[in-house]
Design a protein around this ligand. Structure first.
Ligand SMILES: Nc1ncnc2c1ncn2[C@@H]1O[C@H](COP(=O)(O)OP(=O)(O)OP(=O)(O)O)[C@@H](O)[C@H]1O
Length: 241
Protein backbone atom coordinates (compact mmCIF):
# COMPACT_ATOMS: atom_id res chain seq x y z
CA UNK A 1 0.00 0.00 0.00
CA UNK A 2 1.12 3.57 -0.60
CA UNK A 3 2.83 5.37 2.25
CA UNK A 4 0.84 8.10 3.99
CA UNK A 5 4.01 10.14 4.46
CA UNK A 6 7.22 9.98 2.48
CA UNK A 7 10.28 12.08 3.30
CA UNK A 8 13.33 11.99 1.09
CA UNK A 9 16.58 13.77 1.84
CA UNK A 10 15.04 16.40 4.12
CA UNK A 11 17.62 18.93 5.30
CA UNK A 12 17.16 21.86 7.67
CA UNK A 13 19.57 24.53 8.77
CA UNK A 14 18.57 26.51 11.86
CA UNK A 15 20.55 29.20 13.64
CA UNK A 16 23.61 28.48 11.48
CA UNK A 17 23.62 24.75 12.24
CA UNK A 18 22.66 21.77 10.13
CA UNK A 19 19.90 20.26 12.27
CA UNK A 20 18.56 17.75 9.75
CA UNK A 21 21.07 16.34 7.27
CA UNK A 22 19.09 14.13 4.95
CA UNK A 23 16.06 12.45 6.51
CA UNK A 24 14.40 9.56 4.69
CA UNK A 25 11.23 8.28 6.32
CA UNK A 26 8.01 6.52 5.36
CA UNK A 27 4.87 5.99 7.40
CA UNK A 28 2.44 3.29 6.22
CA UNK A 29 -1.35 3.43 6.52
CA UNK A 30 -2.44 2.67 10.11
CA UNK A 31 1.15 2.67 11.31
CA UNK A 32 2.39 4.53 14.38
CA UNK A 33 6.02 5.47 13.92
CA UNK A 34 7.86 6.58 17.04
CA UNK A 35 10.58 9.22 16.79
CA UNK A 36 13.14 9.37 19.58
CA UNK A 37 16.36 11.31 19.99
CA UNK A 38 18.26 13.34 22.56
CA UNK A 39 17.02 16.77 23.54
CA UNK A 40 17.86 19.18 20.72
CA UNK A 41 18.29 16.39 18.15
CA UNK A 42 15.75 18.05 15.84
CA UNK A 43 12.58 16.06 16.49
CA UNK A 44 10.28 19.08 16.72
CA UNK A 45 11.96 20.67 13.70
CA UNK A 46 11.15 17.54 11.72
CA UNK A 47 7.59 17.51 13.09
CA UNK A 48 7.03 21.10 11.94
CA UNK A 49 8.32 20.23 8.48
CA UNK A 50 6.00 17.21 8.27
CA UNK A 51 3.12 19.49 9.29
CA UNK A 52 4.04 22.07 6.68
CA UNK A 53 4.53 24.71 9.41
CA UNK A 54 8.23 25.06 8.48
CA UNK A 55 9.96 24.64 5.15
CA UNK A 56 12.91 22.29 4.80
CA UNK A 57 16.06 23.66 3.17
CA UNK A 58 16.18 20.64 0.90
CA UNK A 59 14.52 17.34 0.11
CA UNK A 60 10.99 16.21 -0.66
CA UNK A 61 7.93 15.64 1.44
CA UNK A 62 4.91 13.83 0.12
CA UNK A 63 1.72 13.51 2.09
CA UNK A 64 -1.45 11.49 1.37
CA UNK A 65 -4.46 13.48 0.21
CA UNK A 66 -6.42 13.44 3.49
CA UNK A 67 -3.77 15.63 5.08
CA UNK A 68 -2.16 15.98 8.46
CA UNK A 69 -3.17 17.29 11.88
CA UNK A 70 -1.20 17.84 15.07
CA UNK A 71 -1.40 17.41 18.80
CA UNK A 72 1.29 19.27 20.75
CA UNK A 73 2.63 19.07 24.27
CA UNK A 74 0.82 22.04 25.69
CA UNK A 75 -2.94 21.93 25.10
CA UNK A 76 -3.29 25.23 26.96
CA UNK A 77 -1.23 27.08 24.38
CA UNK A 78 -2.87 25.46 21.36
CA UNK A 79 -6.50 26.22 22.27
CA UNK A 80 -7.85 29.75 21.86
CA UNK A 81 -9.08 30.70 25.37
CA UNK A 82 -11.81 32.97 23.96
CA UNK A 83 -13.47 30.29 21.81
CA UNK A 84 -16.01 27.70 22.92
CA UNK A 85 -14.93 24.04 22.91
CA UNK A 86 -17.40 23.39 20.06
CA UNK A 87 -15.85 26.13 17.93
CA UNK A 88 -12.32 24.90 18.64
CA UNK A 89 -13.13 21.27 17.79
CA UNK A 90 -14.96 22.23 14.57
CA UNK A 91 -12.12 24.50 13.36
CA UNK A 92 -10.71 22.08 10.72
CA UNK A 93 -14.18 21.82 9.15
CA UNK A 94 -14.50 25.58 8.67
CA UNK A 95 -12.32 25.60 5.56
CA UNK A 96 -14.23 22.68 4.07
CA UNK A 97 -17.57 24.42 3.90
CA UNK A 98 -19.31 21.83 6.02
CA UNK A 99 -22.86 23.06 6.71
CA UNK A 100 -23.83 24.06 10.22
CA UNK A 101 -26.06 21.04 11.19
CA UNK A 102 -23.45 18.63 9.86
CA UNK A 103 -20.73 20.55 11.69
CA UNK A 104 -22.67 20.36 14.97
CA UNK A 105 -23.28 16.65 14.53
CA UNK A 106 -19.63 15.92 13.83
CA UNK A 107 -18.48 18.11 16.73
CA UNK A 108 -20.59 16.17 19.21
CA UNK A 109 -19.43 12.87 17.69
CA UNK A 110 -15.79 14.00 17.99
CA UNK A 111 -16.28 14.97 21.65
CA UNK A 112 -17.92 11.63 22.35
CA UNK A 113 -15.10 9.79 20.56
CA UNK A 114 -12.55 11.28 22.97
CA UNK A 115 -14.73 10.60 26.02
CA UNK A 116 -15.88 14.16 26.68
CA UNK A 117 -19.50 15.00 27.59
CA UNK A 118 -21.52 17.10 25.14
CA UNK A 119 -22.11 19.59 27.96
CA UNK A 120 -18.52 20.80 27.53
CA UNK A 121 -19.30 22.10 24.04
CA UNK A 122 -20.36 25.53 25.28
CA UNK A 123 -17.51 25.94 27.79
CA UNK A 124 -14.13 27.66 27.31
CA UNK A 125 -10.75 25.90 27.60
CA UNK A 126 -10.01 27.70 30.89
CA UNK A 127 -12.65 25.72 32.77
CA UNK A 128 -11.23 22.33 31.70
CA UNK A 129 -8.52 20.16 33.25
CA UNK A 130 -5.24 19.56 31.40
CA UNK A 131 -6.35 16.05 30.41
CA UNK A 132 -9.69 17.36 29.12
CA UNK A 133 -7.92 20.07 27.12
CA UNK A 134 -5.67 17.51 25.47
CA UNK A 135 -8.76 15.44 24.60
CA UNK A 136 -10.22 18.58 22.97
CA UNK A 137 -7.01 18.97 20.97
CA UNK A 138 -7.29 15.34 19.86
CA UNK A 139 -10.97 15.74 18.95
CA UNK A 140 -10.03 18.77 16.81
CA UNK A 141 -7.22 16.81 15.18
CA UNK A 142 -9.45 13.86 14.32
CA UNK A 143 -12.66 15.61 13.25
CA UNK A 144 -11.64 16.00 9.62
CA UNK A 145 -10.36 12.40 9.39
CA UNK A 146 -6.71 13.19 8.56
CA UNK A 147 -4.48 10.53 7.05
CA UNK A 148 -1.70 11.37 9.51
CA UNK A 149 -1.51 12.68 13.05
CA UNK A 150 1.71 14.24 14.34
CA UNK A 151 1.80 13.94 18.13
CA UNK A 152 4.77 15.85 19.61
CA UNK A 153 5.12 14.97 23.32
CA UNK A 154 1.31 14.80 23.64
CA UNK A 155 1.20 13.57 27.25
CA UNK A 156 4.33 14.97 28.88
CA UNK A 157 2.53 18.03 30.28
CA UNK A 158 -0.28 15.92 31.77
CA UNK A 159 -0.68 14.36 35.20
CA UNK A 160 0.65 10.82 35.24
CA UNK A 161 -2.85 9.61 36.15
CA UNK A 162 -4.32 10.83 32.84
CA UNK A 163 -1.33 10.09 30.58
CA UNK A 164 -2.36 6.45 30.03
CA UNK A 165 -5.92 7.47 29.15
CA UNK A 166 -4.73 9.87 26.46
CA UNK A 167 -2.25 7.32 25.09
CA UNK A 168 -5.02 4.71 24.89
CA UNK A 169 -7.18 7.21 23.05
CA UNK A 170 -4.46 7.64 20.42
CA UNK A 171 -3.99 3.88 20.18
CA UNK A 172 -7.74 3.38 19.65
CA UNK A 173 -7.75 6.04 16.92
CA UNK A 174 -5.22 3.94 15.04
CA UNK A 175 -7.16 0.73 15.54
CA UNK A 176 -10.61 2.10 14.81
CA UNK A 177 -9.88 4.66 12.10
CA UNK A 178 -6.72 3.28 10.54
CA UNK A 179 -5.02 6.55 11.46
CA UNK A 180 -1.27 6.84 10.83
CA UNK A 181 0.80 8.61 13.41
CA UNK A 182 4.21 10.18 13.94
CA UNK A 183 4.62 9.95 17.70
CA UNK A 184 7.44 11.95 19.29
CA UNK A 185 8.29 11.33 22.91
CA UNK A 186 11.04 11.07 25.48
CA UNK A 187 8.86 8.56 27.30
CA UNK A 188 10.13 5.18 26.15
CA UNK A 189 7.29 3.30 27.87
CA UNK A 190 4.80 5.37 25.87
CA UNK A 191 6.76 4.73 22.65
CA UNK A 192 6.73 1.01 23.38
CA UNK A 193 3.02 1.04 24.19
CA UNK A 194 2.01 2.80 20.99
CA UNK A 195 4.49 2.36 18.17
CA UNK A 196 4.96 -0.41 15.66
CA UNK A 197 8.27 1.02 14.44
CA UNK A 198 10.72 3.42 16.01
CA UNK A 199 13.17 5.78 14.31
CA UNK A 200 16.17 7.24 16.13
CA UNK A 201 17.27 10.78 15.21
CA UNK A 202 20.90 11.54 15.93
CA UNK A 203 23.43 13.87 14.42
CA UNK A 204 20.84 15.09 11.89
CA UNK A 205 20.09 11.63 10.53
CA UNK A 206 17.87 8.64 11.20
CA UNK A 207 20.58 6.31 12.48
CA UNK A 208 18.30 3.37 13.20
CA UNK A 209 14.72 2.50 12.27
CA UNK A 210 13.32 -0.85 13.34
CA UNK A 211 10.20 -2.60 14.62
CA UNK A 212 9.67 -1.46 18.23
CA UNK A 213 10.28 -4.92 19.69
CA UNK A 214 13.56 -5.29 17.82
CA UNK A 215 14.79 -1.83 18.68
CA UNK A 216 14.13 -2.24 22.39
CA UNK A 217 15.50 -5.80 22.54
CA UNK A 218 18.56 -5.36 20.34
CA UNK A 219 19.46 -1.69 19.78
CA UNK A 220 22.23 -1.43 17.20
CA UNK A 221 23.41 2.16 17.15
CA UNK A 222 25.29 3.75 20.06
CA UNK A 223 22.82 6.65 20.12
CA UNK A 224 19.93 4.20 20.54
CA UNK A 225 21.75 2.31 23.29
CA UNK A 226 22.46 5.59 25.06
CA UNK A 227 18.79 6.64 24.87
CA UNK A 228 17.59 3.28 26.17
CA UNK A 229 20.00 3.32 29.10
CA UNK A 230 19.01 6.88 29.96
CA UNK A 231 22.41 8.32 29.14
CA UNK A 232 21.79 10.01 25.81
CA UNK A 233 24.77 11.36 23.93
CA UNK A 234 24.50 15.15 24.15
CA UNK A 235 22.99 16.56 20.97
CA UNK A 236 25.41 19.47 20.90
CA UNK A 237 28.41 17.16 20.93
CA UNK A 238 26.69 15.02 18.33
CA UNK A 239 26.27 18.05 16.09
CA UNK A 240 29.90 18.95 16.51
CA UNK A 241 29.28 22.23 18.38
N1 LIG B 1 14.23 28.67 14.46
C1 LIG B 1 15.38 28.24 15.01
N2 LIG B 1 16.45 29.07 15.08
C2 LIG B 1 17.61 28.67 15.64
N3 LIG B 1 17.79 27.43 16.15
C3 LIG B 1 16.76 26.58 16.11
C4 LIG B 1 15.50 26.93 15.54
N4 LIG B 1 14.66 25.87 15.64
C5 LIG B 1 15.36 24.88 16.25
N5 LIG B 1 16.62 25.31 16.53
C6 LIG B 1 17.68 24.51 17.15
O1 LIG B 1 17.66 23.27 16.50
C7 LIG B 1 17.94 22.21 17.42
C8 LIG B 1 16.84 21.20 17.36
O2 LIG B 1 15.67 21.71 17.98
P1 LIG B 1 14.36 20.84 18.14
O3 LIG B 1 13.41 21.60 18.97
O4 LIG B 1 13.90 20.38 16.80
O5 LIG B 1 14.92 19.57 18.96
P2 LIG B 1 14.12 18.43 19.69
O6 LIG B 1 14.77 17.16 19.33
O7 LIG B 1 12.67 18.54 19.42
O8 LIG B 1 14.44 18.78 21.20
P3 LIG B 1 13.57 18.50 22.53
O9 LIG B 1 13.56 17.01 22.68
O10 LIG B 1 14.36 19.16 23.60
O11 LIG B 1 12.23 19.08 22.33
C9 LIG B 1 18.12 22.86 18.77
O12 LIG B 1 19.50 23.03 18.99
C10 LIG B 1 17.43 24.19 18.62
O13 LIG B 1 18.01 25.14 19.47
Amino acid sequence: MNAVLTLRGITARRGGHDILRGIDLDIAPAETLGLIGASGAGKSTLARIVLGLDRPDGGQRHLAAAGVQAVFQDPQGSLDPTHSIARIVAEPLATRRVRRPERARRTLAALEAVGLPATLATQRPGSLSGGQRQRVAIARALIADPALLVADEPVSALDVSVQAQVLNLLRDARRERGLSMLFISHDLAAIRHLCQRVAVLHDGRIVECAPAETLFATPRHDATKALLTGRPLPADAALGR
